[in-house]
Ligand binder design. Structure first.
Ligand code: FAD
Length: 492
């Protein structure tokens, strides 16, 4: 293994070439064209989530008019396959000549901030050659997502080692998995399970979807009438994108508002949508009536109700129960029922990964992010010149990529004007004793992977500016107007 000792320097390094990294690189090129840029990505290509996940049927669960960028029109059906999203991202890279800024196969393992030099030093391992390479940068734009790409989360169940069949996690789907004529059990109730089930059910002899508790779904057809009408009228795609985005956002705002103000009404409507596919005799109470308020977890869109059509046809059945243990032949449930299986698919979620698993240090002192406090879910006390793009969960993730992109470019321009070489967030006088809380209020939003690993995440303060509020509608007003000379920003 050879070691390169001469670090290359860039004004800005973007970590990750997923939808956040590509969008951030676009904003930097367009809004700060004078800054030198490097995007470091550990995988062999771009796309992040959409490259990692290859399970059958993999698709978005929110619409691409808002999951797509504001600057690049989406021209297809709202819910898109991973392949379509990768194609879209490929076009953004090509049309904006971003490829020359991206280096693939570069895993960043360590980042140290030097207060003396006012720059980050990065240590990377090239996955293709094993070489260690170093870079320095003034500013780190962290777009590494929020979960481990290498391996999904599978709980430890008793007896797993005894099971004679195959256990598969959707995040590591084997290319050669043949389910033809097999009895399969799919553990999970989230968007991934709802996507995998209809995609594999036709091959399986039978598929049982086993969930501990039910989830809300929105079954609807995968089309946007307004977009289709505007297209029939030969309206320019740029206009269609903007108009449909506004329509989707208005509907989303109404849905979010109603979920808080009238959760019962929203709940009844969501359940009615599912019942329409399953019929009046179906045990909705047991299998599709969640215990939580709508919007406390992401609500997955089920295009054309495909999951429910599978259930109606008898090819897919639901089991809502807890796992007692795995057996040689399958799974024993706490109710005593046994589910026989040749293959068990564990759509049980992610392992949260804070800031790409990179070992951060400031002047040689390791940074423990759980001891930092976040400013608006993007900057962290005691960590200079670093922004994390952590998108929205309830609105499309990418909406935040665009507005944080504007803010970072404004911040970089502001620093240049002030001749400042570093910016850090700190509590202004009066806020030092602010109550510190976990990253997210579990009553506001509580997916399993966050619950499991909340202790690793930065803290939030009790004031909204010291939180990731997940509130797109407020942020889209506030972030563009943010006073960059407010006392939270400390420049040096
Ligand atoms: C199957 C699935 C479907 C989803 N559907 C939706 C949806 O419809 N709508 C929605 O809003 N959200 C959805 N999400 C959430 C989704 O992850 C985000 O919306 C979005 O794709 C995240 O993009 P990202 O670029 O921030 O992170 P990622 O897609 O995770 O990309 C991060 C990139 O950073 C790289 N990286 C990480 N660490 C390092 C390191 N140390 N060194 C170098 N490179 C590194 C990774 O290799 C990766 O390529 C979905 C998630 C999954 C898993």
């Amino acid at each position: 293994m050879s070691v390169s000792r001469k670090p290359q320097h860039f004004d800005v390094i973007v970590v990750g070439a997923g939808i956040s990294g590509i969008g951030s690189a676009y904003h930097l090129r367009h809004q700060c064209p004078g800054k030198s840029l490097l995007v470091l990505e550990e995988m062999e290509s771009f796309g992040g989530t959409w490259l990692t996940h290859t399970y059958p049927g993999v698709r978005s669960d929110s619409d691409l008019y808002t999951f797509g960028y504001r600057f690049k029109p989406w021209t297809k059906a709202p819910i898109a396959s991973a392949e379509e999203i990768l194609h879209y991202l490929g076009e953004v890279i090509f049309e904006n000549d971003l490829d020359r800024h991206i280096r693939y196969n570069h895993h960043i393992s360590a980042a140290n901030w030097s207060s003396k030099d006012k720059q980050w030093s990065l240590e990377c391992t090239r996955k293709d050659t094993g070489e260690t390479v170093h870079f320095t940068t003034n500013f780190l734009w962290m777009c590494q997502g929020y979960y481990e790409h290498a391996k999904g989360y599978t709980p430890e169940w008793e007896g797993m080692d005894k099971f004679r069949g195959q256990i598969v996690h959707p995040q590591n789907w084997p290319d050669d998995l043949d389910l033809t004529g097999k009895e399969a059990v799919l553990i999970g109730s989230g968007a991934t399970a709802a996507t995998v089930a209809p995609a594999i059910a036709p091959d399986c002899k039978h598929l049982t979807m086993l969930q501990r508790s039910p989830t809300y779904f929105i079954p609807d057809y995968n089309a946007n009438d307004l977009a289709d009408t505007l297209r029939d009228l030969e309206v320019d795609e740029t206009w269609i994108h903007e108009i449909v985005r506004r329509q989707v956002l208005a509907k989303m705002a109404e849905f979010t508002h109603l979920s808080v103000e009238q959760p019962e009404l929203v709940r009844d409507e969501l359940l009615a949508g599912v019942r329409a596919f399953l019929g009046p005799e179906y045990d909705m109470e047991k299998h599709f009536t969640p215990r939580y308020r709508p919007w406390q977890q992401r609500v997955a869109f089920v295009p054309d109700g495909d999951l429910f059509k599978g259930i109606s046809s008898g090819k897919v059945s639901m089991a809502t129960d807890e796992i007692d243990c795995f057996t040689e032949k399958g799974i024993r449930l706490k109710s005593g029922e046994e589910l026989e299986a040749d293959v068990i698919i564990t759509a049980t979620g992610f392992n949260l990964c804070v800031l790409g698993g990179i070992h951060f240090s400031v002047d040689g002192e390791p940074v423990d992010f759980s001891k930092t406090v976040t400013y608006r879910g993007m900057m962290f006390t005691g960590v200079p010149n670093l922004v994390w793009v952590f998108g929205y969960f309830r609105a499309s993730w990418t909406l935040r990529v665009d507005i944080v992109g504007d803010l970072v470019c404004r911040l970089l321009t502001h620093m240049k004007k002030k001749h400042a070489r570093s910016v850090e967030v700190a509590f202004p006088p009066g806020d030092e004793d602010m109550e510190l809380l976990p990253w997210m209020d579990a009553d506001n939003f509580n997916p399993g992977y966050l619950q499991r690993s909340m202790h690793l995440m930065p803290k939030r303060g009790s004031k909204p500016e010291w939180q990731h509020t997940q509130d797109y509608w407020t942020e889209r007003e506030e972030l563009p107007r943010l006073d960059l000379d407010s006392p939270e920003f400390v420049y040096k």
